[in-house]
Design a protein around this ligand. Sequence first.
Ligand code: AOF
Ligand code: ZN
Length: 351
Amino acid sequence: MQQYETYMEKCIELAKQGEGETSPNPMVGCIVLDKSGNVISEGFHAKCGKNHAERDALLKITPEIAKGGTLIVNLEPCSHYGKTPPCADLIIEYGIKKVVIGMRDVNPIVEGNGIKKLTDAGIEVVEGILENEARKLNEIFITNQKEKRTFVALKTATTLDGKIATSIGDSKWITSTPARQEVRRIRKKYDAILTSSSTIIADNPTMEHKNKIILDRTLKTDFKNANIYKSGNIHVFFDKNLTPPQIPDINFIPTPTINEKLDIEFIIKKAYKIGIMSILAECGGKLNGALLNYTDKIYHFLAPKIISDNTAKSAFDGKNITLIRDTLDFKFDDMQTFEPDIMLTYYKMQK
Ligand code: AOF
Ligand code: ZN
């Protein structure tokens, strides 16, 4: 078992080579051992539409050397004809004797059917190796498949007293270079970043990304000159009662409002409809507050600095909770150091 865990860790590492490219598909890595237990091939799913991890690994070798071997993969091999034929069939064709799996596929077309195909063909299947790690790796895919919705994460960077800017809006830089580099790495894991007109006007950020979601209810940002609009596919959500400017490269999406605020639920549902499977929100306190009810995960960078001013800008604003029993509660996940800062990750907790 210990040996399988080590190989599964390696599968997860291989899978991560496809990070940011596989959506809406999961990240999958695969290792093949021959009948004496030597590693004879590795593979991963590089991009949606390309070969699955198992096919990628098996096509590098012949059935002759794979016969009687073991295949290790972090997700149950698929049983369906999608963009590629079923991986389970190829595994059978190659004469593999044992398949070791991290987690069952949550895609209802596959769920359990891949395993059934393998066992029906007389292959031994070992399940649940590093299952928690396998599930965490594909938390976005699991949410998409199980709940048919976009996974929403939020990133914030604060002082020890929970502030993202001083009273006059100074915010550069609360966190250090290593922490900001990590933010760029995190962005790549998500299909889109999301920010608001206030952040664009206050900071004029570039936020390099292939997909950008901008919340600009009154269409007040500078669509011609603001840095954010200079690259990527841009989706601007605005009050449906207004008329957007004619800018061919920007997808303006008319949005309903609630109490003069854009309807967040509409925006997140719309994102899913246009194929955005995950969002990383990076915005100011007001929008962060409004997004909290829809947030699955938070990346919270904490710098060892104190502003000590209650008119400085808070990371989360507008919920105005008066009783501790009513707070929004989160479950601690992890802590990493990016000296001198730390990054906390936590998940939404159901009360
Ligand atoms: C695997 N290994 O590497 C991947 C799997 O559209 P398709 O044909 O690529 O199929 C996508 C589905 O296949 C996806 O929803 C998931 O159930 C499975 N992805 N399975 O065994 C892989 N990428
Ligand atoms: Zn497959």
